[in-house]
Design a protein around this ligand. Structure first.
Ligand code: E4P
Length: 217
């Protein structure tokens, strides 16, 4: 499973990137706002830092305007994936931008039918939002499973990018179902390393080691 980091905070991306945990990065207008940075500047900095796809989202609502914005974003670096919303205009923009050889991430996907349309429009990535479905008492993970089945039924090569991952359990379940990629905030990725039995075991080892009176260095 590929790990994308869902943030525009460059220091946090750098820390995970140094560990080899970053296969790509996703941003959105809310994350750009949170960063306080200029979208072109911060996207360029991130794209220079990581080797994999860096999603940068258009903000226009009409297909022609999305295409113009997408072309501008794609010029930032070779590893930019243009992010378009899953609207009819977004699908039109996806078709044109992917036809021009750009990676396209179709975002704000909340149904399997939407994911089917995105694949047919040539999306490189489809981003089903798990957490936001959970927020309205639906099971976001059911959507990941449905899209996996549909894409496998027909051999679509659009990658399933499990998005809006809020918990370590989301990450685990998405991996079990076979999502190609997950994008998660840095804190969730770091939390995946935690287990209470690891902490408990370490405490015992440290206590016993102190009793030996030995040192390694
Ligand atoms: C994905 O590309 C989005 O940026 C992100 O996963 C949205 O997550 P949220 O629902 O927690 O805001």
């Amino acid at each position: 499973m590929k790990f994308f980091v869902d943030t525009a905070e460059t220091d946090q991306i750098a820390e995970l990137n140094d560990l080899g945990m970053v296969d790509g990065v996703t941003t959105n207008p809310s994350l750009i706002l949170k960063s306080g940075r200029d979208i072109l500047d911060v996207t360029r900095e991130i794209a220079d830092m990581v080797a994999g796809p860096v999603s940068a989202e258009v903000v226009a609502l009409k297909a022609d305007d999305m295409i113009a914005e997408g072309r501008k974003l794609a010029k930032i670096a070779d590893n930019i994936a243009v992010k378009v919303p899953l609207t009819w205009d977004g699908l039109k923009a996806c078709k044109v931008l992917s036809g021009e050889g750009n990676m396209v991430n179709v975002t704000l996907c909340f149904s399997a039918n939407q994911a089917l349309l995105a694949a047919k429009a040539g999306a490189t990535f489809i981003s089903p939002f798990i957490g936001r479905l959970d927020d309205i008492n639906l099971d976001g993970m059911d959507l990941i499973a449905d899209i996996r089945t549909i894409y496998d039924n027909y051999g679509f090569d659009t990658e399933i990018l499990a998005a809006s991952i809020r918990t370590v359990n989301h990450a685990y379940q998405a991996a079990m179902i076979g999502a190609d990629v997950m994008t998660a905030p840095p804190a969730v990725i770091k939390k995946m390393a935690e287990h209470p039995l690891t902490n408990q075991g370490l405490e015992t080892f440290m206590a016993d080691w102190a009793k030996t009176g030995q040192q390694i260095l």
